[in-house]
Design a protein around this ligand. Structure first.
Ligand code: GTP
Ligand code: SPV
Ligand code: MN
Length: 636
């Protein structure tokens, strides 16, 4: 439903207002929509119903605006391709703020600003920010609307691309709006977004409007989000990182549960025993791939529940139950191919998908590095330039000079280019994916991208030691956020950019949950690293489907049927407890992948100490004790 917004200067007494024509009676929601319409002064207000007709209309509109290209129906039915502004390609951690009243509630790892100051700055930015654009109102729910306490949000945005993405990534539209007033008016998280590019009469729009000034702001005490200036990914699809992680982690702290950056996987052994595994790896470190794994170990079956976010609550049975609050994948395209991740490829070939900043083939399909082994002879790259495998991009029409040997060809797809696909299209979707209560978790995996030090797999001694694994998680930075790539940083529980409060309080929350529940019902905690490299610089472990061998060892550790070696850092597989039958890896590489190297670990200690120092006085004592114990073991 679209209505013309009231103009503050010339209100026609009988002009339709968003409130009068709105499809809900939710008083608080109506008041908020009215307030934002008056502030941002859009040309029109549209309440999203989530229908196919709405999707088609927005797609046509975005095609006309040059934002989207329709892909060939035979390759990717009902799917579209978008190229962003080259300066709007990833999350902007430097412009992400936690606006708690006290800076001590945001902590040393977040940017902080007082909520009053941020609201004042952003009220100025939002004033008239939607001139010439439609203001979309998206009612959505993270997780099932049938949950005991459904987690509603409403995103207001001036980007139709965001509406289409939210349609894939969340449960949204008329049914959700109706559920918001079922029995009573339910609370919701107001999520305000603008690309920050108002149009004045006569202005010519660009295909990807955005602003060089960006603010991704969270108000944990108000449970509210204001995002300005970016149209991409986690900056603008506010149900995802902003709500389901930053705001939800603050709610979870208050209510005694966990909102985590984790995939959820169901694993079934040849004997039919089911295991549920949650795994936290930093951005672009393998969650989507593990969530969609095709096991190479005979007889083992994997099914997907979620690939990025897990909400976990303790059940009456004392076990930790996980749901995926999302409804789609926003997956890293490069590296995703028929050899590495056939299930993702099949899911996107079913269509109904958006592809952003990948390359376009001459036949109206998409391509990225790793999609196929040999690139097509000609592509249009993510910046819209003609591209060939021999020369990379060329801007002019004249012949391009051959690239000298050894020089790297500029990739055709941006390293953080993404596919956005409904989870229902997964060929290995677990039937419990939509369950309001989720699945009981047997194991939690922490892991990162480390070329050295971290062995293939290590089991913690207990919950506290496992929390130490998570607290000291380290990884090389990736293209998922702006900034330098390949720098090792500490990324606690893969949540560094997503904890909506003080990291010290967050780690204490994790420890406390362990203390308050029965140890033998808690998930077992492991640390994995698929990314260790050999002397030649190549990966020591083949990864992807072969990671099922590690999952099998983990399952057998849960059942106390696999052997392990006790090392200073935890339990690692013995020479013959990891199933490597038929694996094309040399004995030396395997040993190197699994090795606990005391030298490397002694070099790691000062890095952990520096990180714990940064956390400051809120560092839980239990973690300092773990560190001291580790130092003792390494010196012994
Ligand atoms: P976000 O969506 O940013 O949170 O990322 P993610 O954690 O879901 O990472 P994803 O599975 O998309 O993987 C990121 C990159 O790592 C891709 O290029 C993958 O091809 C690559 N990758 C994933 N798993 C493995 C693995 O087991 N081994 C190796 N070598 N690369 C992997
Ligand atoms: C991540 O960066 O962890 C993502 C992509 O999953 S985004 O949605 O942009 O946060
Ligand atoms: Mn992620």
């Amino acid at each position: 439903m679209t209505t013309t917004a009231p103009r503050r200067d010339a209100p026609a007494p009988d002009a339709p207002t968003p409130v009068a024509e709105s499809p809900t009676r939710h008083a608080e929601l109506l008041a908020w929509v009215q307030e934002i319409a008056e502030l941002a002064e859009p040309a029109a207000v549209h309440w999203c119903d989530g229908s196919r007709e709405e999707w088609d209309r927005l797609a046509e509109q975005l095609i006309a605006a040059g934002t989207l290209v329709r892909l060939d129906e035979r390759a990717k039915p009902n799917s579209f391709y978008a190229r962003t502004d080259p300066d709007d390609v990833a999350r902007v951690e430097g412009r992400t703020f936690i606006c708690s009243k006290s800076p001590d509630d945001a902590g040393p790892t977040n940017n902080w600003m007082h909520p009053d100051e941020m609201k004042s700055i952003l009220t100025d930015r939002f004033r008239g920010a939607m001139h010439g654009r439609t203001m979309y109102v998206i009612p959505f729910c993270m997780g099932s609307p049938e949950a005991e306490k459904p987690m509603f949000g409403v995103e207001i945005t001036d980007s139709a691309y965001v509406v289409m993405s939210m349609k894939i990534m969340t449960r949204m539209g008329s049914d959700i709006l109706a559920a918001m007033t079922r029995d009573h008016d339910h609370d919701f998280v107001p999520c305000l977004h603008s690309v920050g590019a108002p149009l004045q009469p006569g202005d010519h729009d660009v295909p990807w409007p955005c602003n060089t000034e960006k603010y991704i702001s969270h108000f944990p005490e108000d449970r509210m989000i204001w995002s300005y200036g970016s149209g991409y990914g986690g900056n603008s699809l506010l149900g995802k990182k902003c709500f389901a992680l930053r705001i939800a982690s603050a709610i979870a702290r208050d209510e005694g549960w966990l909102a985590e950056h984790m995939l959820i996987l169901k694993l079934t052994s040849p004997q039919g025993r089911v295991y549920h595994i949650a795994a936290a790896f930093p951005s672009a470190c393998g969650k989507t791939n593990l969530a969609l794994i095709n096991p190479t170990v005979p007889g083992w079956r994997a099914e997907t529940l979620g690939d990025d976010i897990a909400w976990m609550r303790f059940g009456d049975d004392g076990r930790l139950w996980a749901v995926n609050p999302e409804y789609g994948f926003f997956g890293v395209a490069p590296g995703t191919g028929w050899h590495t991740n056939p299930n993702a490829m099949q899911a996107m070939n079913r269509g109904n998908s958006l592809f952003t900043n990948v390359a376009l083939t001459d036949h109206g399909d998409v391509w990225w590095e790793g999609a196929t082994e040999t690139p097509p002879a000609h592509l249009t790259d993510w910046k819209g330039r003609s591209w060939t495998p021999e020369t990379g991009p060329s801007t002019g029409s004249g012949p391009t000079l051959p690239v000298p040997d050894g020089d790297k060809i500029e990739p055709a797809a941006h390293p953080n280019s993404r596919f956005c696909t409904p989870i229902k299209q997964t060929p290995i979707l677990a039937p419990e994916y939509d369950s309001p209560t989720g699945v009981p978790i047997d194991a939690i995996l922490f892991g990162g991208r480390r070329r050295d030090t971290m062995p293939l797999v290590t089991q913690s001694r207990d919950w506290t030691h496992g929390v130490f694994f998570g607290a000291t998680l380290s990884s090389e930075t990736t293209a998922a956020a702006t900034g330098k790539v390949g720098v090792v940083r500490r990324d606690p529980m893969a949540m560094l950019p997503f904890i909506g409060y003080h990291v010290g309080d967050y780690l204490a929350h994790w420890l406390r949950l362990g203390e308050r529940h029965e140890q033998d019902k808690l998930p077992k905690i492991f640390y994995v690293n698929w990314f260790r490299r050999g002397e030649d610089g190549g990966f020591l472990w083949p990864g992807f489907g072969e990671n099922s061998r590690v999952l099998k060892w983990i399952a057998e550790r849960i059942d106390h049927t696999a052997a392990a070696e006790k090392t200073p850092i935890g339990y690692t597989p013995t020479a013959d407890s990891l199933d490597v039958a038929g694996l094309a890896v040399t004995e030396d590489d395997l040993t190197a992948a699994c090795r606990v190297d005391p030298e490397e670990w002694r070099a790691e200690i000062p890095l952990i100490e520096e990180w714990f120092g940064k956390i400051g006085p809120k560092l839980p004592a239990g973690l300092s004790t773990e560190l001291e114990a580790l130092k003792q073991k390494l010196s012994g």
